[in-house]
Write a protein that binds this ligand. Structure first.
Ligand code: SAM
Ligand code: DTB
Ligand code: SF4
Length: 346
């Protein structure tokens, strides 16, 4: 390494911890290239400056409308284009959703995420979902929804209903995206994210590893996320859950340490955001998950089911938390990041 390169590297390290949206792709690549111990050291240092390192935010997912989705996301069990054997279900009714939310709250979840297999919701569907959001919020839980593309007006309707977070993932780099999804563009995704941001809803946006991407695609995805006008408040990093019948079934799995590396770089690029160790934990060892927490992951999905696929059992996760001395976060954060005490469950 030349002296100029060394001094640039030192400048980059000295600035870690700053919330910046002007990262260069070269800087992101430099972070990926750090020796593993250095990367984890810096990620943990930055994590501690922003969060309690022994607290993890716990969310529970519910599929409120399952299957028969017109989109062609090559990873998804719910696309109508692939034979995955999934049984389609219409939009659940309000009481069913509330019953599940009460169970999630009693089990210690502070956020309830409702997912629907839509390309974009229709007005009537959105009105029904707005009613669900209002009632779940009234239980004292944070609300999150992932319903596909939204117009600015729809985002405002969800905001009025009390929605805290909207999940809409970029999934991968713009250059790899077309190999995974052809029925909507990267720009469509960015437009929805802007509508959500403009409506004053917290943005939950991340990606999936294991879609046949290379390290450069991973760096580009994180670069795009970290250079949005404002960082997403929540950044889910999923490992592909391989579903038989989908085109990506059998794709090469990310190496566990490469997965940890992505979590650590996400933590460094977006120091104040929650980094969620998302789908794919059933396929990860406890040791890999422990490294993810050390690298700055501080949110998980809790409960035996994600939307349509398996997640570790609650019993398993409680055991893991106990071994690691991790507590479930008891506060919910509103828009703007202010902390509020969670209403007592029961
Ligand atoms: N239909 C909406 C959409 O795609 O925006 C909302 C539901 S969709 C299931 C939410 C997100 O789950 C997707 O954007 C994708 O990132 C993630 N996802 C879906 N299937 C997955 C799988 N098999 N493994 C990992 N993540 C997956
Ligand atoms: C996200 O990034 N991961 C969650 C949530 N957002 C909605 C979804 C994971 C879905 C995993 C596949 C399934 O269960 O169908
Ligand atoms: Fe439909 Fe969402 Fe699955 Fe894509 S990820 S097929 S949009 S449910």
């Amino acid at each position: 390494m030349s002296q100029t390169q060394r001094s640039l590297a030192n400048q980059l390290l000295a600035r870690l911890g700053e919330v910046r949206t002007n990262w260069t792709l070269d800087e992101v690549r430099e972070l990926f290239a750090l020796p593993f111990a250095d990367l984890l050291f810096h990620a943990q240092r930055v994590h501690r400056a922003n969060f309690d390192p022994n607290e993890v935010q716990v969310s529970t997912l519910l599929s409120i409308k399952t299957g028969a989705c017109p989109e062609d996301c090559a990873y998804c069990s719910q696309s109508i284009r692939f034979e995955t054997g999934l049984k389609s279900e219409p939009l659940l009714d309000l009481e069913e959703v509330l019953a599940k939310a009460r169970i999630a709250r009693a089990n210690g979840a502070t956020r309830f995420c409702m997912g629907a297999a839509y390309r974009s919701p229709k007005p009537k569907q959105l009105a029904q979902i707005a009613a669900m959001i209002k009632e779940v919020r009234a239980l004292g839980m944070e609300t999150c929804a992932t319903l596909g593309m939204l117009t600015p007006e729809q985002a405002l309707e969800l905001k009025d209903a009390g929605l805290d977070y909207y999940n809409h993932n970029l999934d991968t780099s713009e250059s790899h995206y077309g190999k995974v999804i052809t029925t909507r563009t990267y720009q469509d995704r960015l437009d929805t994210l802007q509508a959500v941001r403009d409506a004053g809803i917290n943005v939950c946006c991340g990606g999936i590893l294991g879609l046949g991407e290379d390290e450069s695609d991973r760096a580009k995805l994180l670069h795009t996320l970290a250079t949005l006008p404002q960082h997403p408040e929540s950044v889910p990093i999923n490992q592909l859950v391989q579903v038989p019948g989908t085109p990506l079934y059998g794709a090469e799995k990310p190496k566990p340490l490469d997965f940890v590396r992505v979590i650590a770089v996400a933590r460094l690029l977006m120091p104040a955001s929650y980094v969620r160790l998302s789908a794919g934990r059933s396929d990860m060892s406890d040791e890999t998950q422990a490294l993810c927490f050390l690298a700055g992951a501080n949110s998980i999905f809790y409960g035996e089911k994600l939307l349509t696929t398996e997640n570790p059992t609650e019993h398993h996760d409680l055991g893991l938390f106990e071994q690691l001395g991790i507590r479930a976060e008891k506060h919910i954060r509103g828009v703007g990041g202010q902390r509020m005490r969670l209403a007592d469950s029961g």
